[in-house]
Ligand binder design. Structure first.
Ligand code: PXP
Length: 237
């Protein structure tokens, strides 16, 4: 059985649009967990465009598995060690990107990553690196000492959505997953996933966790709207 992590960043995006506390992210974390999600993911970005420091503090105090996505720097390391989430996934971060565009450059950040991962491992926080699926990245991940890797599934998700040929990308993900597994690294997958791509990737038995955000929030709005409209119609008629 694979696990499902639910990213609730976009609930915070919606909340921040009005500067008040609706929708409430703590409530959404509970709804997701009570509906069967295994963990909640939040990305504390440098520009705090969605999740804020206080959100993280409150989420870490809840009795839920919390996965913090963060950039690879000392400021974020300090925040992680202060709040002690259950899991940390190191992601690349560019200020102007709309979402995380690709995996982290392990070669360029090798020394820093090794230090940060080692500090997190010592603090008993489960560590992960968000990477593009390649042999070199798995070998570097092993040397860095991470317990898990999350394979970036953005490319295959786009191909599937377009109805284009995705077999080469699927092969890359399969090979990287197998190699990671053989090296004792737990394999996760995430980014751009919808029902269709998740069903395709689910067949790779090495993948133990799927982390999904945007699609879940979008679909939830769609399926939740009819009942809310009906309630309002009763009030206004
Ligand atoms: N996993 C990681 C590491 C991410 O950075 C993101 C996006 O924040 C996701 C999963 C979720 O991607 P999506 O919102 O496209 O489902």
């Amino acid at each position: 059985m694979s696990k499902l992590g639910v990213n609730i960043d976009h609930v915070a995006t919606l909340r921040n649009a009005r500067g008040e506390n609706h929708p409430n992210i703590l409530k959404f974390a509970d709804i997701a967990i009570n509906s069967g999600a295994d963990s909640i993911t939040v990305h504390l970005r440098e520009d705090r465009r969605h999740i804020k420091d206080l959100d993280l503090k409150k989420l870490c105090k809840k009795r839920i598995k919390l996965n913090l996505e963060m950039a690879c720097n000392n400021k974020m390391l300090k925040i992680a060690l202060r709040n002690v989430p259950n899991y940390v996934c190191i992601v690349p971060e560019k200020r102007k990107e709309i979402t995380t565009e690709g995996g982290i450059d392990l070669k360029k950040n090798f020394k820093n990553l090794k230090k940060i991962i080692s500090r997190l491992n010592k603090a008993k926080i489960r560590t992960s690196l968000f990477i593009d699926p390649s042999k070199q990245n798995i070998e570097l991940s092993k040397r860095i000492g991470t317990k898990c890797v999350e394979l970036h599934t953005g490319k295959i998700s786009i191909l599937v959505k377009k109805g284009a040929k995705f077999s080469n990308e699927l092969k890359r993900i399969k090979h990287a997953s197998k190699l990671a597994f053989e090296n004792g690294i737990e394999v996760h997958a995430g980014h751009g996933l919808d029902f269709k791509t998740t069903k395709i990737l689910r067949k790779i038995s090495y993948i133990k966790e799927f982390n999904i955000g945007h699609f879940i929030i979008g679909e939830s709005l769609e399926s939740g709207m009819p009942s809310i409209i009906k309630r309002f119609k009763k009030i206004v008629r």
